[in-house]
Design a protein around this ligand. Sequence first.
Ligand code: ADP
Length: 629
Amino acid sequence: MARTQSFKTEVSQLLDLMIHSLYSNKDIFLRELVANAADAIDKARFESLTRPELAREWAIRLNADKKANTLTIADNGIGMTEEEVIENIGTIAQSGTRAFLKNLAEQKTAAADIPELIGQFGVGFYSAFMVAEEVTLLTRKAGSDAPAVRWSSRGEGSFEIDTAEKAEPGTEITLKLRPGSEIYLEPWKLGEIIQKYSDFIAYPIILPVTKTNEDKTETVEERVLNSRKAIWLRKPEEVTDEEHKSFFSHLSNWGGSEYLKAIHIAAEGASEFKALLYIPATAPFNLLMPDIQKKGLQLYVRRVFITDECKELIPDYLRFIRGVVDSSDLPLNVSREILQENPQLLKIQKAIVGRVLGELRKMQENEPEKYAKFFREFGRILKEGIHTDRANQEKLKALAMYETMNNKPGELISLDQYVQAMPPEQTEIYYITGEKRESVASSPVLEYYRSKGYDVLFMTDPIDDWIMQSMFQYAKKNFKAVAKGDFELTGKDKEDLDRKIAEADRKYADLLEALRKALGEEVATIRFSGRLTDSPCCLVTEGHALSPHLERLFKAMNQDVPVTRRILELNPDHPLIAALENKRQTGDGAIEEYARTLYDQALLSEGSPIPDPAAFARRLTELMLRSVR
Ligand code: ADP
């Protein structure tokens, strides 16, 4: 006997909103109904494990009937009894609807956002009313004697429910389309929506398509709309390299199918998700290109596509990773706002970061060449994490690689390797920052370290200076910028050096004064130091000042930077100093010219531009003339 029942008030309100929603993306109704169908098959398939008679050839079937103006979505899943229909779809005793409406009222959600919120509250079924003026649901519970049930509604306050006949267990939902929604009868449109949102649903989504033959007869062809390639749900050992390549090139948008490593994650417990991530083999031509700046991973919820760029799944410094995350815990149709604060996503991100860093560490230890290749491509992005991800800072420091003074150009070593190679008396990790290897390698400030056999890390990435601001120590050893701050020795060496400098200060007091006067504001000060062995002079930066390299970078970006005046250090042992003092005493030659040349030379030797190259050349010519005459 057919009975008419009223929807709960909340449901009526919801339906009213749905029907009058101005939201343009009505396509998502199909995603919701297909996801429900797939869930229902999941349940039946699970039951069939213990009750083999329930097993079927699982499938979701669509049928578009243009004459009747109906779209049908049918599954051979678990189905529902009458009580279940009323419970799940009729009255919605579930808190979902109420919570949904409460949310709408409180947040004053714009009508346009409603469909984005639908799935989140478990009311996806009702999205059918966005495109249908009448929805009929015919269902029979699998493995039960309960009769089949027909439920139908026009979404206007009430629904009808009756027992019915249905041969196969499962659910069939028929949508009588609203005027203007006829597009959902077009095979291409259905194919497009399925490929976009449900391509990786594990069961075939079948659409019969009628074809007119040349002799005017018609044949019906069954088309499977989804590829079902949920490659991330398969056992890692069963996925071939070829399949990985094609999937990776589908995910990465800078071309090429070469990946260095595929990482499968199957997380259980607090947060249940599967993920398949790729470390690409090569960076795009320009690392700053928007393609790689595009951040995030693809997010699926139970094989249903949610979004292409879920930023919350991966931190910025791993933005070169491409992949898919398929969560079992998240609601379908999660909105942007929900993604932003979602604690589930944060848990997933944490797990992903842990796993990716672990895999990189393994690669670094077991496949050093492969890791070096990786680091050359993406190291400068990864290193950002040292500054931004304090929780993983130590792991990230260990992953960083550098060229050094004692290694060949292009060869990279880790901080562990550096520390292991330190002679016992060396207490600090030495580094120098600069534009490129050639300029730092010839810097005079390295002379002392070279003479002692210590190694110096070459930091030539633009962001190294910035990163070093948060890299104070590694393996309990302090970092020391060799071109910054005071040059200090310890013990007996210190006493000897202090004595030597005191002596030079006395002996050359007037020369220092003359040089200071000549260079004026150009430098912060001029002093003797023990840093140099071969060169007469060099420039160093005060402890906390910007390095000249960073200063140039900021200027290039049109940023205001305080002018950092640098310190000109002189080598007290260099014969040039004694010769200059001699010139000064005899009053023979302008000390100012010499001072300027000394300063320019110091700039040139560290790879910095000189303020007036023409003047430098002129002075050099003068000096040469004097010496050859
Ligand atoms: P959600 O799927 O998010 O729970 P819906 O409003 O889409 O919310 O569906 C409500 C409930 O109705 C589902 O949880 C499920 O129990 C039942 N249901 C919907 N579609 C089907 C189907 N095709 N087969 C069996 N049960 C279904």
